[in-house]
Design a protein. Structure first.
Length: 196
């Protein structure tokens, strides 16, 4: 016969124990603030490097596009000109090929006579007197230059193409022909491409 007086008493229900957080076991400790800070710093650093690479790739693509555009403009100038006789006038060229719109940062500069005072002599050669000095005979006679002045950041100061030569990148220094200084002349002189 069962003794009812020795039956185990029921455990008293306590609500706070039912919702209490489970105790952490050994080896399951959370991250510290220092560890989280380091992780966030590393993620930020990797993101900055990746973003810099992406922006650099975009700038290189823009530079490549400008080189192609300068080449296309050079080709169009030759097709619109009478080789060996005369070059198409910049104002006529821009209005014909750009339908009256401003050519933007592209400039078509025609070599001028240094004696005319226009300040548009691209090659320091006096075409009226080509044998004036032995120095002039060793220089390259340039007929025109196409200059692109897009902002290429650290990749280039500007892009230019001489006559039928492949477009080049100007980085400054002693090898830079400084054609960008003639852009002001195109706005105010007979070139006038920027005024359309």
């Amino acid at each position: 016969m069962t003794d009812l007086t020795t039956a185990p008493a029921e455990k008293e229900f306590r609500p706070e124990e039912a919702v209490a957080e489970p105790k952490q076991r050994r080896g399951e400790a959370g991250f510290t603030v220092a560890e989280l800070t380091i992780v966030v710093y590393i993620i930020g650093l990797l993101s900055a490097v990746a973003l810099n690479n992406v922006l650099d790739a975009i700038e290189k693509a823009r530079l490549a596009r400008c080189l192609v555009e300068v080449h296309n403009i050079q080709t169009a100038i030759w097709k619109s000109s009478d080789p060996g006789v005369s070059l198409v006038d910049p104002r006529t060229f821009w209005s014909t090929h750009f339908h009256g719109f401003k050519p933007g940062p592209y400039f078509y500069l025609v070599d001028g006579d240094p004696n005319s005072g226009h300040g548009n002599d691209l090659d320091d050669i006096d075409e009226q007197n080509p044998g004036k000095s032995s120095e002039n005979r060793t220089k390259k006679d340039i007929q025109f230059v196409v200059v692109c002045q897009h902002d290429h950041k650290h990749l280039a100061n500007y892009v230019y193409g001489e006559d039928q030569e492949p477009p080049r990148i100007a980085l400054g220094g002693k090898d830079d022909p400084n054609y960008d200084r003639f852009v002001k002349w195109e706005f105010g002189g007979p070139g006038g491409g920027g005024n359309l």
